[in-house]
Write a protein that binds this ligand. Sequence first.
Ligand SMILES: [Zn+2]
Length: 258
Amino acid sequence: MFKSWKLGRIAGIDVFLHPTFLLILLLPAAATRLPLLLALFGCVLLHEFGHALAARRFGIDTADITLYPIGGVARLTRMPRAPGAELLIALAGPAVNLAIAAGLYLTLGLFTSIGAGRFVVELLAMNLVLAAFNMIPAFPMDGGRVLRALLGGWIGRARATTFAASVGRALAVGFGIYSLLTLSFFQVALAVFIYMAAGAEEAGVLAEEARRRGGGERDLDWSAPPGYRWITSGRGVWRLAPITVSTQATPGADHRWR
Ligand SMILES: [Zn+2]
C-alpha cells in the first residue's frame, strides 16, 4: 500500500514505521497525551522483539518489524510448526508487557517522587491491557496462536487453525457491531482488521498444509534431539521415538558396507 519508513536496525532486525501510523495523531488523546502514546508504542515495539528473539532461539529469523497504528507486526521468515515452539514464541510478546508492567510497578515510588506517578500508572495499565488483549484466544491475536498450538497436537494443525480463526471472526463481528452502536469508528476499523486478518491467517495455513500433503513432504520439519525421530500415530498426534538400527540381516537385502 504505502512504503514504510525505516526507523533503524535493532538486534539485527530492521524496524519500520508504517505511514498510517500518523493516524494516531488524529486521535483526540494525541493532543494532550502524545508522550504516553509514544511510550505505549515503545512497549508495542518491545512486545514484537519478544516474539522475534523467542523465534531466534528456535532458529527462525525475523525479516523486519513494522509499527502500525493498531499495533506492531514481526514478520518471521517462516512459521514455527512445532506446537511447543509456536506456543513459546506466541507467549513471549505478552510476557514482555507483563514484565514491563512489573518493572513499572516496582519503580512506581521512584517515579511518583519525581512527579511522573500518573504517567507510569497509565503506562502500567496500558501494558496490562496489551497483554490481556493479545491473549484473547482468537486469530490474529497471540492468544489465537496459543490456542492453535494447544489444540494442534490434538485435532491437527489445519483444524486448530480453522477453529481459532472462526473464534476470531465471531469476536470481530461482535466487537464491530458494539463499536458501531457506540459510534467508536477507530474500534470499527480495528474490528474489520481483526476479521480480515483471521481469514488471511486461516487461508495461509490451510494452503501451506495442503501444499505439504500434496507435495508428499514429510509432515514435520521439527528438529528432533539426536538419536530420536518424530513418528505419528495418526490424527495429528506425534511422539518422539529413539532411532534404532537393525543389525539382523534381512533375507535378500544387501548388507555390505562400502
Ligand atoms: Zn504479539
